[in-house]
Design a protein around this ligand. Structure first.
Ligand SMILES: Cc1cc2nc3c(=O)[nH]c(=O)nc-3n(C[C@H](O)[C@H](O)[C@H](O)COP(=O)(O)OP(=O)(O)OC[C@H]3O[C@@H](n4cnc5c(N)ncnc54)[C@H](O)[C@@H]3O)c2cc1C
Length: 409
């Protein structure tokens, strides 16, 4: 097949539909939430907006076709993500967190498990939430280190035919649910033996789950990031996903696609910043004789920003395509898309603030919020400093590593 980034008519339509959703529905998130004082209030105010997203069929649209949804893969998801995140980071992340929460079920669940837990997410009704409960107080970068390290401290112990879960999770999108009793489905990474991790499906409402706090974040101000504790939470033994002890593999499979998506999130935020900065440069003279775009330095800065965005789009799409095709180099490409996309976004948005100048520093302009949201990309989904770089390092150190797998296979 030739190298070809041309969108199919269906992809073109999908992109336009996502753009329309962002313009008509997601644009409401900022006005509905910015003035509210607490994270809880801001989160609750997003519910009707998220419900519209679901009733307009977007959750079903991004869930994979083989599972009963309409999603045709990562490239399509990248197109949708760019349009949604360019306009709003909060409800968009709530939506994508559902797919993350469901991924362990979709990649490792048996047909019976999928049949038991997925149907409510395929209905274009209500505001269903799923969450992938991986991160913990005390840090998760070393989640896979062998005992005596203990990157995962939440335990699941068998009592007859039931798992009994105890511990705490922090930083997990939507883990408190709308009413503090957990989302519709939690997929929880637990320690099931001294050196054994497992992922367990916990349907909501969850008896024994307590929301201890909702974190007040720098960005994603209307997204729910709680601290939750589990106290003797009981679920049937058959709720383990991918088998007992398969936790490390299930976590790796769940986070690889999201790495490519984080590159797209970075692109989306750069795009939003670029559109504002370009318009500003075209229309503002700042007391001079013509628009600031006529100054060479401003033109160069905008050109560099656009070039960086195009490079991130190409890399992220390439990673998504490789994931869809099951290419051997897909995981490496996804990690590069995450690191390059996230760090480029922070740099480019800051550069674009310098183009706009002091007016970028007030919340009257969108750039401050865009930067606040984008600052998380190098930090979450595995901080670039630790987990992702360690993963790339591990790939390079593997004697079987083939550097050409990313472009020859
Ligand atoms: C908006 C948002 C949404 C999120 N959604 C979710 C979610 O849905 N589910 C979920 O589980 N989590 C979620 N998280 C949490 C997040 O993805 C991870 O917890 C986070 O990426 C891990 O952070 P860390 O790498 O800084 O780990 P930490 O363990 O906190 O590490 C701290 C620092 O130590 C360094 N470090 C530690 N060990 C090593 C090492 N061996 N080598 C090199 N460096 C090391 C790292 O570089 C890092 O800088 C979310 C976070 C945010 C902000």
């Amino acid at each position: 097949m030739p190298v070809d980034f041309t969108l199919t008519p269906a992809q073109h339509e999908l992109r336009l539909a996502a753009r329309e959703l962002a313009r008509t529905v997601l644009a409401e998130v900022g006005p509905a939430t910015r003035h509210l004082a607490t994270p809880e209030e801001r989160w609750r105010a997003t519910r009707p907006i998220y419900e519209k997203v679901v009733t307009e069929g977007w959750l079903r649209r991004i869930l994979p076709e083989p599972a009963g949804g309409e999603g045709r893969g990562m490239v399509d998801l990248a197109l949708v993500a760019e349009e949604l995140v360019a306009v709003d980071s909060n409800v968009s992340l709530t939506l994508f967190a559902v797919t993350l929460g469901l991924t362990p079920l979709l990649v490792a669940g048996t047909p019976e498990q999928v049949g038991a837990h997925l149907p409510r997410f395929l209905e274009p009704a209500g505001a269903p939430l799923a969450a992938f409960a991986f991160s913990e107080p005390g840090g998760s970068a070393n989640f896979d280190a062998p005992a005596p390290a203990e990157g995962v401290r939440t335990t699941a112990v068998l009592d007859g035919d039931e798992w009994v879960i105890n511990g705490a999770k922090r930083w997990v999108s939507s883990a408190g649910g709308w009413d503090g009793r957990g989302p519709d489905l939690l997929t929880v990474v637990c320690r099931t033996g001294a050196d054994e991790l497992s992922v367990i499906a916990v349907p909501g409402p969850v008896d024994g789950l307590t929301v201890e706090a909702n974190l007040d974040l720098l960005g994603h101000r209307a997204h729910q990031i709680p601290v939750v504790t589990f106290r003797d939470v009981r679920v049937p033994r058959e709720n383990v996903l991918g088998g007992e002890g398969a936790g490390r593999e299930v976590v790796a499979m769940s986070f690889t696609p999201t790495a490519a998506l984080v590159g797209v999130f970075g692109l989306a935020k750069m795009r939003a910043a670029f559109e504002f900065a370009l318009e500003f440069a075209r229309t503002q003279a700042r007391g001079g004789t013509g628009p600031i775009l006529d100054h060479q330095a401003v033109g160069y800065a905008l050109a560099d920003a656009k070039g960086a965005m195009e490079a991130v789009r190409s890399l992220s799409w390439r990673a998504c395509h490789a994931l869809d095709a099951g290419s051997p180099g897909a995981a490496e490409l996804a990690l590069h898309a995450k690191i390059v996309g996230s760090e480029t976004a922070v740099r480019v948005i800051t550069d674009l603030m310098r183009v706009v100048g002091i007016e970028s520093y007030s919340h009257e302009a969108p750039l401050a919020e865009i930067l606040q949201d984008a600052l998380v990309y190098p930090l979450f989904d595995g901080g670039n400093m630790g987990v992702r770089r360690r993963q790339l390092h591990a790939l390079l150190a593997d004697p079987g590593y083939d550097p050409s797998a990313t472009f020859l296979a």
